[in-house]
Design a protein around this ligand. Sequence first.
Ligand SMILES: C[S@@+](CC[C@H](N)C(=O)[O-])C[C@H]1O[C@@H](n2cnc3c(N)ncnc32)[C@H](O)[C@@H]1O
Length: 516
Amino acid sequence: MTPLPFGGPPAEAGTVYLVGGGPGDPGLVTLRGAQLLATATVIAHDRLSPPEPLTLRRDDAELINVGKQPARHALSQDEINDLLVVKAAAGEAVVRFKGGDPFVLARGSEEAQACAVAGIPFQVVPGITSGIAAPAYAGIPVTHRSVAPAFAVVTGHEDPSKGATQADYAALARFPGTLLLYMGMGRLGEIAAALVDAGRPATTPVALVEWGTTPRQRTVTATLADVADRARQVGLASPAIIVVGDVVALRDEIGWFEQRPLHGMSVLVPRTRHQASELSERLRTLGADPVEAPTIAIEPSRATEALRDAVASLVDGAYDWVVFTSSNGVDATWAHVEQLGGDARWFSRVRLGAVGSGTAEALWQRGLLADVVPERQTTRALAQALIAAASAAAPRALLPRADLATPTLTAELRDAGWDADDIEAYRTVAAAELPDGVAERIRDGGVDAVAFASSSTVRNLVDLLGGTPPPATRIVSIGPVTSQTCREVGMRVDAEAESHDIDGLVAAVVAATRTG
Ligand SMILES: C[S@@+](CC[C@H](N)C(=O)[O-])C[C@H]1O[C@@H](n2cnc3c(N)ncnc32)[C@H](O)[C@@H]1O
């Protein structure tokens, strides 16, 4: 892969890299960490290391989950140390990918010691620790000039009522600043009581931030007196950071992450396997947890000669228009241009039509500006816009389309006297199955909304699921044709996009979840 800017050199054979993955938001992985993940040959990860950055790995990298898995226990720390040493000694470039920072209330230091003892070269890549990041995403700064001049990072793993703890609760109660307790949810009541017994006022504000920086983030605020009861009522559990101190009150003023319109909503995005998921990115920006489910795959046409010959004839002026109804059509056509040794100049004698902004964008990426893009993203609107824009009497048009494309566009153009050459550019086939766990998650109501961008994804999802999603799941569609298909398969449509594009679909998801 292309080296990341500022990512440093690739992972070297025979070396162990202790990489902090940050608290969960994949965007908080450092550039150095991402570079090493992308070049390591072995990656050892666990439950608290963020999963998304692992997708950067090489295809041939060995991925080892050293945390608990359904069929077996977690590896012990000694076993993890041995694994890192053995793999590096065998010539692998090993990344030990950890949540937060590898040296903050974590056992990265022991892993470094094991490497040092075995004579294995190692490097440490610090990460953003959850004790700072989770409160920051909850709108709680760990220091503030007029509220808290210091913060202390403390383990809550020990039982303060047993006396013999490393953490000195009398000193912590006196500490002039914010306390950040990790791993304390199992002993929340004891910790709060120990701080009050040691002299912290029972009215001291406390925040609990669960799954901080991820779409699952939840925050509860309370006081030392009632925090354990509040956590129980709300069902808050590990992993969470316990923030003790007056900075907690700032959340009312500068909370931001949980205030985003789709925070905490999981939205299923059925899509083709190869499409870059702009929709997922947009939903994520608004706070949603997009669950991607490829339901259709795009495959090359079995009869490629027809499109190749048509593309070759562009330079001879065989067509007045080339009209695209998807970015896949643009991809397939451009592949022929490249294979034939052509470039954007081959389109200099034709005008270009695109069904919507995504298709126009695919053309633009090849240096081509669409002449006609209808306001409504439908093939009927495209036909009308083309007919209105045509200057010649019987325009000759090339339409590189999917094998299953609806006949509307071609029929309308022909009715208007066009000579329309509808050629199969690619095939859409149903995906064989949903990714692991996705079908169960949908059936169990673990998905708040489904965003359908086409009729074929509606039918394929229902086929793959063996039924429709449960009634509480909000169904959102990109336009009237997709909505009609939803109803035909027995689903109620909760919101339909006003503009039939990604913007419209995202706005409809927000509307559907608000009414939910
Ligand atoms: C073994 S410690 C590891 C800490 C990690 N090295 C760090 O720097 O964040 C695990 C504890 O970190 C905290 N933690 C980790 N990820 C978290 C997250 N996303 N939100 C809240 N707390 C988190 C929890 O208190 C959890 O019990």
